[in-house]
Write a protein that binds this ligand. Structure first.
Ligand code: NAD
Ligand code: ZN
Length: 346
């Protein structure tokens, strides 16, 4: 089969013929239809310091996908050829304290699809049955392809109650954009988005942001005055990884406010702990998705009117992967989708 491969240490990816994976007794084999490009894939393609440490080539990359089940192992009873599924990209150990208690998102021994094991930028991918999610019939397959980052957005946005609250989102990449729509859908009063990129601010407006501001041009205290806010933000979702963004959030929180941190800084950052103490702030790190409460919430929010499609800005066939990766890396895009095989009904 054809797959996008990190063949050897160093920059770049190549489209190569590799052996088709075959399922073990507890596995599901999936024909990939559509995939999403994630920041992680860009890091692996560019071969930055993180990738050089984390990745052992050769490796098929990619973890955001939707596809169709084509074969199941002999122990698998609840998936069948033809089912439309996505994969939870965190393959957990299954035997640690948290896994046994059903808190698999807290497993300390997680293996990443397309990071630690062969991934989904391929014509076929194999995953343990415990990592496969059934979609409901007639789901939009572009949306299904990005359930993984949509799950990051939902996990973060719902980690603190937002009904009636004023929410700050720092960073309107694909995940911040989806989180904007989720916070709106979940009943926030104001959703203020802080993002330097003008194209992304414009999309944030279409995702339901009350205001989308450039942090280089506008102070959040000024935004609060414009909106008539008097207490500060109740909830902040940090989705940029930028030191200035988390500091600006801390400066503008209400007393007792909560900050969910998803963004991954590329280096250590200094924070004023006095602000955390005297404002009684709660700061929570977010990694991945809750298995499978987040997946359930994604599904039912889509069924009750949540629309994340404006966050998808580009679609390419997999053969145009170089253009797809360049578009995603430009920062001037929302989510970029690559198609691997067309839907049966066209
Ligand atoms: P992205 O890089 O596309 O988006 C980050 C955005 O932050 C960009 O649009 C950028 O312009 C903006 N930004 C930069 N400086 C800023 C500042 N000072 N204030 C406000 N915004 C600023 O990334 P993404 O794919 O949307 O992911 C968001 C973050 O979450 C990234 O840091 C990513 O590495 C991380 N991530 C974490 C997990 C997890 O499980 N914790 C999973 C996926 C991604
Ligand atoms: Zn575990």
């Amino acid at each position: 089969m054809l797959a996008l491969v990190k063949a050897a240490p160093g920059p770049g990816l190549s489209l190569e013929e590799v052996p088709e994976p075959s399922p073990g007794i507890n596995d599901v084999k999936i024909r990939v239809r559509k995939t999403g490009i994630c920041g992680t894939d860009l890091h692996i393609a560019a071969w930055d310091a993180w990738a050089a440490k984390a990745i052992r080539p050769p490796l098929v990359v990619g973890h955001e996908f939707v596809g169709e089940v084509v074969e199941v192992g002999s122990n698998v009873y609840d998936f069948h050829p033809g089912d439309i599924v996505s994969g939870e990209g965190h393959v957990t150990c299954g035997v640690c304290r948290h896994c046994l208690a059903g808190r698999r998102h807290l497993c300390a021994h997680t293996q990443g699809l397309g990071v630690d094991r062969d991934g989904a930028f391929a014509e076929y991918v194999v995953l343990p049955v415990t990592n496969v999610w059934h979609h409901w019939p007639r789901i939009d397959e572009d949306v299904a392809a990005i359930f993984d980052p949509f799950g990051n957005a939902v996990h973060t946005a719902l980690s603190f109650p937002v009904l009636g609250e004023d929410v700050l989102i720092t960073g309107a990449g694909p995940i911040g954009l989806m989180a904007t729509a989720v916070a709106r859908h979940a009943g926030a009063r104001y959703v203020v988005v802080s993002e330097p990129n003008a194209r992304r601010r414009e999309i944030a407006g279409r995702m339901g942001a009350t205001l989308a501001v450039d942090p280089g041009e506008r102070d959040l205290a000024d935004v609060q005055r414009e909106l008539g806010m008097v207490e500060g933000f109740d909830v902040a979702l940090e989705m940029s990884g930028a030191p200035a963004a988390i500091r600006a959030a801390m400066d503008n929180m209400a007393h007792g406010g909560s900050i969910a941190v998803l963004g991954i800084p590329t280096r250590e950052i200094t924070l004023d702990v006095n602000e955390i103490v005297f404002k009684l702030l709660t700061i929570r790190g977010i990694y991945g998705r809750e298995m499978y409460e987040t997946w359930y919430k994604m599904t039912v929010m889509l069924q009750s009117g949540l629309d994340i499609r404006p966050a998808i800005t580009h679609r390419f066939p997999f053969q145009a992967y170089e253009l797809a990766f360049a578009t995603a890396a430009s920062g001037d895009s929302g989510k970029v989708i690559m198609t691997w095989s067309p839907q049966a009904d066209g």
